[in-house]
Design a protein around this ligand. Structure first.
Ligand SMILES: Nc1ncnc2c1ncn2[C@@H]1O[C@H](COP(=O)(O)OP(=O)(O)OP(=O)(O)O)[C@@H](O)[C@H]1O
Length: 309
């Protein structure tokens, strides 16, 4: 049975201008979960609650099956690494090596050789203070230092922000390799669909402070299709739409050709043929298109099968 790294039960956090939650989520141990959603949807707030940088007004959070209402115990804090959205200014006057030395005292599993390897790959300047680094250089240091702590739980808030494409690819490789050699759990917020595609095992979609759902990433591929058909006019298309509940975005493309979007096309293709409608072609939607439909309220059918996770 899959163990949970994090469980949230009806967690509610009041922010000045909105309520985050109630959130109920189970995030499995040993996997990468991507938190996706528009600006202000509550991704960073959720990460902050997992670090107890801020606490919910209501609800319960469990870390590896334990509640810690009076503060995270030392050994758990030492097993969590965090790359914040904005780096801490308190460390600005430190060089890479000063910051590494400080962290090595804090994290019992700190691996200095691993840090050296990652800094070299990332080409992070060693003797510059963190405050003088470019945004991307600082980000690379933060990611390398988070991995060198060998955490069981790695929380990443938009890790690729500021990375050039070469560094981004390297980060993907580093995170993948780390997951291969450990039983760590990564929870990352991201706006980068390619990052989700390459890294995530699970996707949590947030929207306006709510969780719209959680899905196994692979289950989403091939789920939605755009289909082009022969249709004489709007009226004929409306008749077809009425026969295909759950299909959306019916539109006349050119005279005689219409399109629509549907889930599990293979299962309804026969039905379309039996209605005397000729299919011209179809294509599977990309992940970003699926996430956008989901945000609009078109929930993936398979998501209800994920309830047990
Ligand atoms: N310290 C705070 N005090 C008051 N409101 C806050 C605070 N931090 C965040 N908020 C508000 O809470 C909401 C959620 O913010 P949050 O930073 O969690 O969103 P996000 O999904 O991470 O956004 P983004 O993608 O832009 O980083 C926003 O409306 C934001 O204005």
């Amino acid at each position: 049975m899959v163990q949970m790294a994090i469980e949230l039960r009806n967690v509610r956090k009041e922010r000045r201008n909105k309520t985050i939650g109630p959130l109920t989520l189970n995030l499995p141990q040993g996997y990468i979960t991507a938190l996706v959603g528009q600006n202000g949807s509550g991704k960073s707030t959720l990460l902050h609650m997992l670090l107890q940088l801020t606490n919910p007004e209501e609800g319960e959070i469990h870390w590896f099956e334990n509640k810690h209402e009076s503060g995270l115990p030392l050994e758990l804090r030492q097993a969590i690494a965090y790359v914040p959205e904005i780096s801490l200014t308190e460390e600005n006057h430190w060089t890479t090596m000063d910051a590494a030395r400080f962290r090595s005292h804090w994290y019992p599993l700190w691996d200095n050789a691993y840090l050296e390897e990652l800094l070299t790959k990332f080409e992070v300047p060693r003797n510059l203070t963190l405050g003088r680094m470019s945004k991307g250089e600082r980000r690379k240091f933060e990611i390398a230092a988070a991995l060198a702590a060998c955490p069981s739980l790695l929380l990443l808030d938009e890790p690729s922000s500021g990375l050039d494409p070469f560094a981004w690819k390297m980060m993907i490789e580093m995170l993948t390799r780390y997951m291969d050699k450990s039983n760590a759990t990564i929870i990352m917020s991201t706006h980068n669909v390619e990052e989700v595609r390459r890294l995530a095992d699970y996707i949590v979609l947030m929207h306006q402070g709510q969780v719209l759902g959680m899905a196994e990433k692979d289950s989403l591929f091939g789920l939605w299709s755009e289909v082009w058909i022969h249709a004489n006019d709007e009226e004929e298309l409306a008749d077809l739409a009425a026969e295909l509940p759950g299909s959306v975005h019916f539109a006349m493309e050119t005279p005689g050709v219409a399109s629509f979007i549907t889930q599990q096309f293979q299962q309804i293709e026969e039905r379309i043929h039996s209605l005397g409608v000729k299919v011209i072609k179809s294509r599977s939607l990309e992940l970003d298109e699926i996430l956008s439909l989901w945000t609009q309220g078109h929930r993936p059918i398979l998501i209800d099968q994920m309830r047990g996770v």
